[in-house]
Design a protein around this ligand. Structure first.
Ligand code: MN3
Length: 227
């Protein structure tokens, strides 16, 4: 019996160690999966490098500082954003900035472009009528966002897709958002994202976005969100 008890203790300890190891720290500055010039059809290398190494890095650094001050380092984006209204602007702006840009880099790829397929295409057809109609509505959300912000494709609580736009670094996961859900595609329409290359022509930047969208990555996020 004693041996069994010892074995159980060891097993329990091993399980808890492996669980701890699996508890990934969500607040880690990620590597970019492609080079700064890889999305050339959409955006120039100079803009990408400044965007990633300065803007994105600054959101990360400032979020880490704010998260530490608020005791949020062991939390995760979903929990923090769901309680966003309880935290100061430093968490909202920088946590949003860090999360939103991570998503933005992930849904683009040099091998991107084309059109959604499979379950994602079916869901887009169901929600918007067709992929073309979806693209048109998404572009409109991106072009008409006044000032700085984001356009989103997101999944609502009923697993239905919707398009929205948020100001500044807000996103649909935040309790302060007008339309709440899980974002699966996001487009940064802050001027820092396009001005060097497109100047004031945000519409051209928005329509070129489709050339680099990684629909497989978007579909993966969609399938995770509807589970
Ligand atoms: Mn940006």
């Amino acid at each position: 019996m004693r041996i069994l008890a010892v074995l159980m203790m060891i097993t329990t300890s091993l399980i808890s160690t492996s669980c701890n190891a699996q508890k990934a720290d969500p607040f880690v500055f990620p590597e970019l999966n492609y080079s700064y010039d890889a999305l050339g059809e959409f955006i120039d290398a100079n803009t990408m490098e400044i965007h990633y190494t300065r803007h994105h890095k600054a959101y990360f650094n400032n979020f880490m500082k704010a998260a530490e001050e608020q005791g949020l380092l062991d939390s995760n984006f979903e929990t923090v954003f769901a309680n966003m209204s309880k935290y100061p602007a430093s968490v909202r702006n920088n946590g949003g900035g860090f999360y939103n840009h991570n998503l933005f880099w992930e849904v683009m790829s040099p091998a991107g472009g084309g059109n959604p397929e499979g379950k994602l295409k079916d869901a887009i057809d169901e929600a918007f009528g067709s992929v073309d109609a979806f693209k048109e509505q998404f572009e409109k959300a991106a072009k008409t966002r006044f000032g700085s912000g984001w356009a989103w494709l997101a999944v609502d609580a009923n697993n239905k897709l919707f398009i929205s736009s948020t100001a500044n670094q807000d996103n649909p996961l935040m309790d302060v958002a007008d339309q709440k859900g899980t974002p699966v595609l996001g487009l940064d329409v802050w001027e820092h994202a396009y001005y060097l290359h497109y100047q004031n022509k945000r519409a051209d930047y928005v329509s070129n976005f489709w050339k680099v969208v990684d629909w497989k990555a978007v579909e993966k996020k969609y399938l995770k969100a509807v589970k």
